[in-house]
Design a protein around this ligand. Structure first.
Ligand code: SF4
Ligand code: SF4
Length: 104
């Protein structure tokens, strides 16, 4: 089954590159995220992109496949250019897409 992709924020290499999830404290200590980050350049060459290979852009792709993230830490989506570009403050949820699913 194809993963659900948000119709609000397109799942594109351009938006993945703008995404700041990589600097988010929620992901800092995730070994799973570290492993995906090590191969993310290659993953960005794929067409279509594979959601499971990209440890970020969750507003477009939904809940993180990495389960060792720490969602007690503070989400920084509010400082992200994608959040601003697509006016995600006017959609739900308003952050923690890795935990709560994609922007709708
Ligand atoms: S709004 Fe959050 S999940 Fe979406 S691209 Fe920005 S940092 Fe990543
Ligand atoms: S969606 Fe928000 S909480 Fe989750 S990793 Fe990205 S910035 Fe952090």
């Amino acid at each position: 089954m194809e993963p659900t992709i948000s119709t609000i924020t397109p799942f594109t290499a351009s938006n993945v590159k703008k995404c700041i999830c990589g600097s988010c404290p929620v992901q800092t200590n995730s070994q799973c995220v570290k492993e995906k980050q090590a191969t993310v350049k290659e993953a960005l060459q794929a067409n279509p992109l594979n959601t499971a290979d990209i440890p970020g852009d969750y507003c477009a792709t939904g809940v993180a496949t990495c389960k060792d993230i720490d969602t007690k830490q503070i989400c920084i989506c509010g400082s992200c250019p994608v959040f601003t570009d697509y006016q995600l403050a006017t959609h739900q949820p308003m952050g923690y897409y890795c935990r709560d699913g994609l922007a709708t």
